[in-house]
Design a protein around this ligand. Structure first.
Ligand code: OSB
Ligand code: MG
Length: 377
């Protein structure tokens, strides 16, 4: 039984080592919402809400998530006994539209609390099998192709097993061509457009077919499954959907319409682990490979992504870079590291999320906090 009696919300600010630019905006300091869930048994665990500062990736932001958790989500669980984290998902989801990242932060925290109560790792709790996961890097849009090549070559030398470059109109074909020419043959390379194109760009996008990309991620609009299907008919390169896949039904639609051939699963985007696992299982049945995306998480959110990526159908490297790629210093110990073969170890021998949060550092970085408790009855 999970029986939460308190949830602490905190906003911390963490400066990225370099600004991260995608087609819809740039981040140089991450505003991060951390949750600490307190179970009546005395067990505590941390979780992270992946929403950003601005509604450019989805409609959510850290501020809408804070409101949703305080006003609608936390009150549904606080003071109540819930049998499993899946049951917590159903309680959070019922008659509340959207707010997936807010729901996910609470629901995934319940998974970690349940894992602690069972003295198991998050990975084991989910049914993960791998003890190491393959890691890719997501490189933001750079000033010019030379800067991108330099960045990609450095990533290749670091051992990353997949290199993803962000693109947008005007910074696409030349950039990808330069990177492809600079990397050894056979390097797994892909591009992510974050919805920057329309179907009118199909001929232009088909120029990317010349570079043997393993996929192009989310070229068109979030709600554009039909147009993605049309674009996929016109491209050799497999389309991978990210923003579009917000629940199991959207993934079924993608498969039925042939809007894409690969899925990026971000647990935050789909409301947590329960749905992430369902999408994983659906894709496994349909022979659709999946990989775990990232949202520039701190070491707390990264723990949840690494555990998810240990499930069997995560057959492609995830956007799971080590702590040092993002931050001067992470908020967890040990920090997340990657070996020279681009693998990150899954902490399968540790209960719960598998890393310790540096509480003093979190305190020092906190700009606001709020305690949520069960309403007195
Ligand atoms: O589209 O995958 C994306 C970061 C913020 C918003 C959207 C995306 C990303 C990334 C970052 O690509 C991946 C990472 O966390 O390393
Ligand atoms: Mg993406």
């Amino acid at each position: 039984m999970i029986h939460l009696d308190r949830i602490t919300l905190r906003e911390i600010r963490l400066k990225l080592r370099e600004p991260f630019r995608i087609s819809s905006g740039v981040v140089d300091e991450r505003r991060i919402l951390l949750l600490e869930l307190h179970d009546a048994s005395g067990v505590r665990e941390w979780s992270e809400c992946v929403a950003g500062d601005h509604p450019n990736y989805s409609s959510e932001t850290i501020d809408t998530a804070w409101l949703a958790i305080r006003e609608w989500l936390a009150p549904r669980l606080l003071g109540k006994a819930v049998s499993t984290a899946e049951a917590a998902h159903d309680i959070l989801d019922r008659h509340i539209c959207g707010h997936n990242m807010a729901k996910a932060a609470v629901e995934m925290g319940c998974w970690a609390v349940a894992a602690r109560l069972a003295d198991r790792s998050l990975s084991a709790m989910l049914g993960g099998l791998r003890d190491r996961v393959a890691t890719g890097i997501s490189i933001g849009i750079q000033r010019d192709p030379y800067a991108l090549v330099e960045r990609a070559q450095r990533a290749f030398a670091d051992g990353y097993r997949k290199i993803k470059v962000k693109i947008q109109p005007g910074q696409d074909v030349d950039y990808v061509a330069a990177v492809r020419a600079a990397l050894p043959d056979g390097t797994d390379l892909m591009a992510d457009a974050n919805s920057a194109y329309t179907l009118a760009d199909a001929d232009h996008l088909s120029k990317l077919d010349a570079f043997g990309l393993i996929m192009i991620e989310q070229p068109l609009g979030r709600d554009d499954l039909l147009r993605h299907a049309e674009l996929q008919r016109r491209l050799k390169t497999p389309i991978c959907l990210d923003e579009s896949i917000t629940d199991v039904a959207r993934c079924e639609d993608m498969i039925a319409l042939r809007s894409g051939r690969i899925v990026n699963i971000k647990p935050g985007r789909v409301g947590g682990y329960t749905v992430a696992k369902q999408i994983h299982d659906l894709c496994a049945q349909a022979h659709i490979p999946v990989w775990c995306g990232g949202m520039l998480e701190s070491g707390v959110g990264r723990a949840y992504n690494v555990a998810l990526a240990s499930l069997p159908n995560f057959t492609l490297p995830g956007d799971l870079s080590p702590s040092a790629r993002y931050w001067q210093q992470d908020v967890v110990q040990p920090e997340w590291t990657m070996d020279a073969n681009g693998m990150v170890a899954v902490p399968r021998d540790e209960p719960g999320i598998g890393v310790a949060v540096d509480r003093e550092r979190v305190e020092a970085l906190t700009v606001r906090s709020e305690e949520l408790r069960a309403p007195r009855s």
